[in-house]
Design a protein around this ligand. Structure first.
Ligand SMILES: CC(C)(COP(=O)(O)OP(=O)(O)OC[C@H]1O[C@@H](n2cnc3c(N)ncnc32)[C@H](O)[C@@H]1OP(=O)(O)O)[C@@H](O)C(=O)NCCC(=O)NCCS
Length: 377
């Protein structure tokens, strides 16, 4: 769909649409624009937060910057500007991310220090995300391919149902597309989902990262193109301008783990974030766990004693069906959590969490502004 669309144009469309949907926000009040991309060259280069702000038509007085924490780029953009707000440096900022994985395949232009492998700082498998997912299956043999495939089929099913219920469409930004074969078009829905996926079909797929492995194209997120953007504001400024409040950021944390099993990163990150908020996992009424690989979501759920079928977990599906354009996904998780909050006034707190390459996890704890104690009782 986006083969001939520039990466920066994807995120510019998101910023423009955000400003169009919020005429109550005078553009000159935006204090900064933080846009993440993992590969910051070509159409994702040129300090994309600043160049996208200019191209989106924001006043020249609005600065911007680029950010990178691989899969958690947009999440880090949000926590960074939120920290600026907490410090008093900003009133309101735009945060988001973009990854055009067809223009910029994972690892493009990299020159990893040979010491990383020569000195056995990490095993070679740590640099291939699919291999780290296979390592996770090794470490936790109870996380079988059957469980991974069942989770993947459920994700496809949840996305299909969310689309049918009109949950997804409201947060999408239509993007004009161009194809030298097909001419001009308009992208109005996600392209990757495969409705009707069954565990039987998934069981027959190849395991590209290891012969007789368990990770397949069906139980992993794909290689996708996409972008996201959101507004982060101080509570008093949101009130002053009349900006709608979708979620309140309570705490966040990033944590490092062994790079060979980067998929466990969300576990310590979540423990750290919960600890900072003085909350326990039982306080969380809605979860958005990035589905880089089914096995990594299952490792998280097993650790915290949560069933894969728990209705609080990824109720509108996840990256296995939607795709995972790396640095953009953190804000998609937040958009879906905001929707969960609206639908579930009994949930007071929610969590967005994701694993990150080179052995990290990131977690953000949010509070539901629509929370009703009576609904929870
Ligand atoms: C797993 C991966 C290698 C697969 O890439 P790919 O081979 O190009 O994927 P494809 O879409 O061509 O799918 C492979 C096959 O599985 C099939 N398939 C994929 N999903 C399916 C589904 N849900 N149902 C049925 N078939 C499916 C495809 O139709 C294709 O079949 P074919 O070979 O007969 O054409 C790639 O998606 C990948 O690297 N994912 C991980 C990305 C990543 O690491 N992200 C960072 C996370 S930290």
């Amino acid at each position: 769909m986006y083969a001939e669309t520039r990466a920066d144009d994807l995120v510019i469309s998101c910023i423009r649409e955000l400003m169009r949907r919020h005429p109550e926000l005078p553009p000159e009040r935006v204090d900064d624009v933080a846009i993440a991309a993992t590969t910051q060259i070509g159409d994702q280069g040129l300090t994309i937060g600043r160049s996208a702000a200019l191209l989106a038509g924001l006043p020249r007085s609005v600065p911007g910057f680029a950010i990178d924490r691989m899969c958690a780029g947009a999440m880090t953009a949000v926590t960074t500007v939120a920290s600026g707000i907490a410090f008093g440096a900003y009133d309101v900022a735009i945060a988001g991310g973009v990854e055009h994985m067809s223009h910029h395949p994972m690892g493009e232009g990299l020159d990893p220090n040979p010491r990383i492998v020569a000195e056995k700082l990490v095993d070679e498998s740590a640099l291939v995300m699919g291999s780290t997912a296979e390592n996770l299956h090794d470490r936790f043999p109870e996380l079988t391919r059957e469980r991974a495939d069942a989770f993947a089929a459920a994700s496809q099913d949840r996305v299909q149902r969310a689309y049918e219920a009109g949950v997804i469409q409201e947060s999408l930004v239509p993007v004009a597309t161009r194809s030298s074969e097909l001419g001009w078009g308009l992208a109005t829905a996600d392209e990757p989902p495969r409705p009707g996926t069954t565990v039987d079909v998934l069981a027959g797929l190849r395991t590209p990262f290891r012969p007789h492995g368990r990770v397949t194209a069906g139980n992993a997120a794909g290689l996708n193109d996409g972008a996201t953007a959101c507004l982060v504001a101080a509570e008093s400024v949101a009130e002053e301008l009349g900006l709608p409040v979708a979620m309140r950021l309570v705490s966040y944390a990033f944590a490092g783990v062994e790079p060979e099993v980067m998929g466990v990163g969300p576990i310590p990150a979540t423990e750290k974030a919960l600890d900072k908020a003085d909350l326990s996992i039982d306080d969380i009424g809605a979860f958005e766990i990035n589905e880089a690989f089914a096995v990594q979501v299952l490792a998280f759920l097993d650790h915290f004693g949560i069933e894969a079928s728990d209705p609080r977990v990824n109720p509108y599906g996840g990256a296995i069906a939607f795709g995972h354009p790396l640095a953009s996904s953190g804000v998609r998780l937040m958009i879906q959590l905001a929707r969960s909050f609206r639908d579930h006034p009994e949930a007071r707190y929610g969590l967005t969490t994701m694993c990150i390459g080179l052995g990290m996890g990131g977690s953000v704890v949010w509070e539901n502004p629509h929370y009703l104690a009576e609904a929870a009782a």
